[in-house]
Design a protein around this ligand. Structure first.
Ligand SMILES: NC(=O)c1ccc[n+]([C@@H]2O[C@H](COP(=O)([O-])OP(=O)(O)OC[C@H]3O[C@@H](n4cnc5c(N)ncnc54)[C@H](OP(=O)(O)O)[C@@H]3O)[C@@H](O)[C@H]2O)c1
Length: 291
């Protein structure tokens, strides 16, 4: 296995690689094949997709064709997908999960996340959001108990959304995948998830695709220069060193390889400097107003 690739123990009793590969905005059969090939060659064994990314079928096909090249089988891979915001509710949720399974060409998913606490087409403030996402969770819990979903979790849930979920759920979420990086540190949410045995997984660790202010942040670049690492490696290591999973996205082979090489340590002083960055900026969608 590639250097730095360790597993986290989930509350399901199963393990998940702490470093996975993000696939948002990677579309097109040829590109997906090349990128998955580069990711497998670099040592990634965990892949993050979602119904809304529109790439499940091509990822499933690429994995099917490429796994034998690396002497791997389906069981060596940790596959995560997500329920789209327009698939919430009793009737839609099971159908959505089964559609993702079929698109990916697999009989089980390692992790299936509720992508967003809100329901598409319903105002964020509406109490219907809570009603429908509760139905969603109950439907996914049944699929978890059947073993079709080997882990279920949430994404973009705030402490409020999690507390409401705890009030009725039979199965606790194993993962909460949220935006988390030095410009959006989510200290309270991390503490809450840790206390409740939920693994926090970071997305947009590098700030996403549309801006460079995180990789160009002077605190990040100066630590990277000092250590002879890339800014991306510093940002990813910052999360991993706190026990937070990462799923960097790249279509660039040398970056794909670089992003998984995280077997170095940031000193306490460097962690403090990164944790004390004053700039607060959220680069992706904000669930704070979803009722
Ligand atoms: N649950 C959610 O709501 C949610 C939301 C957003 C993302 N996600 C998941 O999280 C994954 C990661 O987040 P993200 O896609 O927003 O973006 P990200 O991983 O923070 O950043 C991706 C951007 O960083 C660039 N990059 C990658 N490696 C680099 C390196 N070593 N040095 C410099 N730049 C580098 C990429 O460029 P190139 O590709 O051109 O190399 C791309 O522009 C997604 O792909 C998706 O799976 C989930």
């Amino acid at each position: 296995m590639a250097s730095g690739l360790t597993n986290v123990s989930l509350n399901t009793g199963r393990v998940m690689p702490i470093i996975g590969f993000g696939t948002f905005q990677i579309v097109g059969k040829g590109l997906i094949y090349r990128v998955i090939d580069a990711a497998l060659a670099s040592g990634y064994r965990s892949f993050d997709t979602a119904a809304v990314y529109g790439n499940e079928e091509d990822i499933g096909q690429a994995l099917k064709e490429l796994l034998p090249k690396y002497g791997l089988t389906r069981d060596d891979i940790f596959l995560t997908s997500k329920l789209a915001p327009n698939d919430h509710g009793k009737n839609s949720a099971e159908r959505a999960a089964r559609k993702s399974l079929s698109h990916l060409g697999v009989t089980y998913l390692d992790m299936y996340l509720v992508h967003w606490p809100g329901v598409a087409g319903i105002p964020m403030e509406s109490s219907h959001n809570l009603k429908l996402r509760t139905e969603t969770w109950n439907a996914l819990s049944e699929l978890y108990e059947k073993g079709i979903l080997r882990g279920i979790g949430v994404s973009n849930y705030t402490v409020k959304h999690l507390e409401e979920l705890f009030a009725h759920c039979k199965i606790k979420p194993a993962v909460n995948q949220v935006e988390f990086h030095p410009h959006f540190q989510q200290k309270e949410l991390l503490k809450f998830c840790t206390t409740h045995g939920i693994h926090l997984q970071a997305y947009s660790s590098l700030g996403g695709s549309y801006n460079h202010s995180l990789v160009d942040d002077p605190v990040v670049t100066s630590i990277a220069r000092k250590l002879g690492k890339g800014s991306a490696q510093v940002l990813l290591r910052w999360a991993v060193q706190q026990g937070v999973g990462v799923i960097p996205k790249s279509v660039t082979p040398n970056r794909i390889a670089e992003n998984i090489k995280l077997n170095f340590s940031l000193s306490e002083e460097d962690m403090t400097a990164l944790g004390s960055i004053k700039k607060v900026e959220k680069y992706a969608w904000n669930p704070a107003r979803v009722a």
